[in-house]
Design a protein around this ligand. Structure first.
Ligand code: ADP
Ligand code: ZN
Length: 741
């Protein structure tokens, strides 16, 4: 259904057009249209820029009023389906909201189209047009070849030979006598398309109720002339079947012939997810994430942009693929901060997905067991519609959660496992069940210091400690990637053997587990040990086969996985992430711990979660123990409301950075001087960023806080244009910031 799009594109633009280029320019450029070209809005074109040719997209009628001959001509129109009107609106909207240059948003949408014209030409075999009149000696080999090509489609010579079970020579022979013909075709990998006609699982009553509402809204969006925009919050405990439920919406979208986008926070998640999808729909969806090869990216881009791909699953950037016919977006684990992009165009894919649905007039599903406070608030104000799945599927119970008070339950020195957790691990091993130990910190130790002089080993480029990675014998910066060998002596006082590791990382925890449970089979899952989705799949499979007794992992194990024999989850440092002035720290810790705990007892076996904490009275821990999520959310919501913090107020952060400290300070100071003064607005800073040096750049922050009704974009734009920023200093604008580092 290309309703809007089609009508908006048909008007051929004469004489002059605007072309948006995927470059950091302030606005589109005007170009002349040559007589012999017919150009429409959304067309991909090549245009001269300086002395090179650039690809861009036609962005409306030109408005240039000077002498026409000063304008350059469009060079060519590319043979790519034009970008839909809705997509162009979405790009403009994103640029406006995030205060980014529209060309940079367009660049996200065109990221893989660049080499489109280099698409491979390949030889293919077809039946000759005159083949019917030829008389030949028929053999069984020849007959089976002819039967295949009689479908009228081009086949590659190798495929044809193997399908027919003949040698390539047989085919060559048929070409020679003129029965077959070799032609050049553009290769477009044929996609196996997911089908809605596959048998569906029988859903529980609650699942059915939710699924029917979702499917009905998808159908309505496709058939009614009214907008089908609606946001559903699919709010269900871990293991309640949220995925099965939203699959019904995907099925309805397939049936309507429209495209569906599913956004997932982590690549690691997709392995198991893809498997389930294939079982449900008979074919894989098209994928989009940073781990694709250039060729895969190109092919996914074209499948999405041409409308051939019906279901696309991807990380946040998939939202900017130029879908011509999108009819549904699902954002799974909507609360996840991985949806926030922190570089380039700074946006939150969860929020932008809602905008995309509004523009495209279709439903958006936000799924989570721990919805963000933003989503909860939108449910309460009636903007989002809640669909609840309060029970685990198949009668599985939620795990029991216990707290170990580390203030009293202290363990031996250099041990990170409390006696209570050790005992629980032993029992679980005896029962031949699996254990997961969660520690959200990679490496051996987060800090290395000198016992003699107290020196801490830090990164030369960042305000951050270097983290020892013992397996690789290197010290590494988790912010900029700097690394160096582990020093033998203190870099400051040159004392020997004086460096000590402080605190645990996953490597150090693994060391202790090996010591204490030498018979147990251990696996470690972090971004250091698992580098690709296929490696993740391998590890996940081995855990499912019960080749692993104890799994140690960072947050990459927290999401999505189902391990039926996993009955004990131990959280080594439940307080990790609570310090620091992050607005959402409590919410995030709660969500992560809830998610991790949700890995336990997913099947008929019941699960047990043990939280080691120094703050047992913290409402987060209390809510996890009692299972009373709403109590925690209510407290959190009260605090935010009291201080008019998001979602009850608006924030925009300015991050001023540069190599020269003096200039950065001057610019930050100047921004402080020119800051907007108005009712309902407050500006804090400038102040040194917690990461005051990152990759060698000095960093200062300012924070604008505004009442919810205030349009912050306009204010910030005026503020920036009224401030002179010296060369060499960059001001990054972060609307709705998640990171305060
Ligand atoms: P969630 O996404 O809410 O954590 P899932 O959709 O992953 O839950 O479901 C948890 C487990 O229960 C999965 O293994 C899933 O296949 C199974 N499951 C959920 N609903 C059904 C159902 N109606 N029929 C069969 N299996 C189901
Ligand atoms: Zn660094």
């Amino acid at each position: 259904m290309l309703r809007n799009t089609a009508t908006m594109n048909t008007l051929s633009l004469k004489s002059q057009v605007k072309v948006l280029l995927p470059l950091p320019l302030v606005s589109p450029y005007d170009y002349r249209v040559p007589e012999n070209l017919s150009v429409h809005n959304g067309d991909y074109v090549t245009v001269p820029l300086g002395n090179r040719l650039e690809k861009g997209v036609v962005w409306g009628k030109g408005e240039y009023e000077g002498p026409e001959e000063k304008l350059k001509y469009i060079n060519d129109v590319l043979d790519i389906p034009p970008m839909a009107y809705e997509m162009r609106q979405f790009i403009d909207w994103t640029a406006e909201y995030t205060l980014s240059r529209p060309g940079l948003v367009l660049r996200m949408a065109m990221s893989a189209s660049v080499e489109f014209d280099k698409m491979k030409q390949q030889k293919a075999i077809i039946l000759s047009p005159g083949a019917g009149n030829k008389r030949i000696r028929m053999t069984r080999a020849r007959a089976s070849v002819l039967q295949i090509v009689s479908d009228g489609k081009p086949h590659s010579i190798n495929d044809l030979a193997s399908h027919a079970g003949v040698s390539v020579g047989v085919i060559r022979g048929l070409i020679e006598i003129g029965l077959l013909e070799s032609i050049s075709v553009m290769v477009e990998k044929t996609l196996d398309l997911p089908s809605w006609k596959m048998p569906r699982p029988s859903l529980s009553d609650q699942q059915t109720a939710a699924a029917e509402l979702l499917a009905a809204s998808v159908r309505k969006a496709s058939t009614s002339i009214d907008s089908g925009f609606v946001v559903f919050a699919l709010d269900g405990v871990t293991g309640s079947g949220k995925t099965e439920t939203y699959f019904e919406a995907v099925s309805a979208s397939l049936e309507e012939g429209r495209q569906t986008l599913v956004l997932l926070p982590e690549i690691a998640l997709t392995a198991q997810w893809l498997d389930r999808f294939k079982k449900r729909f008979g074919a894989l969806p098209v994928q989009w994430h940073s781990n694709l090869s250039a060729a895969e990216r190109r092919s996914s881009w074209h499948a999405a942009a041409s409308g051939v791909a019906k279901v696309i699953v991807g990380a946040r950037s998939a939202l900017y693929l130029p879908f011509p016919n999108l009819g549904l977006i699902v954002v799974d684990e909507e609360h996840d901060v991985a949806f926030k992009q922190e570089d380039g165009v700074i946006y939150n894919a969860r929020d932008m997905a809602v905008v995309r649905g509004h523009i495209g007039r279709f439903p958006v599903v936000l799924a989570s067991a721990t919805p963000s406070l933003e989503t909860i608030t939108n449910i309460e104000t009636g903007r989002y519609k809640r669909l609840s799945l309060p029970q685990r599927h198949g009668g599985a119970t939620l795990p029991t959660v216990d707290i170990v008070d580390m203030r009293t339950e202290s363990s031996e020195q250099h041990s990170w496992l409390s006696p209570i957790l050790i005992e629980a691990i032993q029992k679980t091993l005896v029962a031949k069940n699996q254990i997961m130990l969660f520690l959200n910190r990679r490496g051996y130790a987060p800090l290395t210091l000198c016992r003699q002089c107290g020196f801490r080993i830090y990164c030369p480029n960042c305000t951050a400690w270097l983290v020892e990675h013992r397996a690789r014998a290197r010290m590494q910066c988790h912010h900029c990637g700097f690394s160096m060998p582990v020093p033998q002596e203190c870099p400051e006082c040159t004392a020997c053997n004086s460096l000590v590791a402080c605190g645990p990382g996953t490597e150090r925890l693994a060391e202790e587990v090996r010591e204490k449970f030498s018979a147990a089979r251990l696996a470690v899952m972090t971004s250091d040990t698992v580098h690709s989705p296929s490696e993740a799949t391998k590890l996940v499979e081995s855990i499912k086969r019960r080749d692993v007794d104890i799994l140690i992992g960072t947050q990459i194990v927290a999401k999505g996985y189902n391990f039926p024999h996993l009955t004990l989850v131990g959280v080594i440092d439940a307080d990790l992430g609570l310090s620091g002035g992050d607005l959402r720290a409590a919410e995030r810790v709660y969500q992560t711990l809830h998610q991790v705990g949700g890995r336990a007892g997913r099947a008929e076996k019941s699960g047990h979660v043990i939280l080691q904490t120094y703050q047992p009275e913290n409402p987060i821990m209390q809510a996890l123990v009692s299972g009373d999520r709403d109590y925690f959310l209510e407290l959190e919501s009260q605090t935010r409301r009291k201080y008019s913090m998001p979602p009850f107020g608006r924030l925009v952060a300015l991050i001023v950075s540069g190599l020269e400290k003096r200039l950065v300070d001057a610019a930050a100071h100047e921004l402080g001087r020119t800051c907007p003064i108005a009712e309902g607005i407050a500006v804090f800073g400038p102040a040194e960023a917690p990461l005051s040096i990152l990759r060698g750049r000095h960093r200062r922050r300012l924070l604008l806080k505004a009442n919810q009704t205030i349009r912050v974009q306009k204010i910030v734009r005026q503020w920036l244009s009224a401030t002179k920023i010296p060369r060499g200093v960059r001001v990054k604008v972060d609307v709705d910031p998640y990171s305060f580092m």
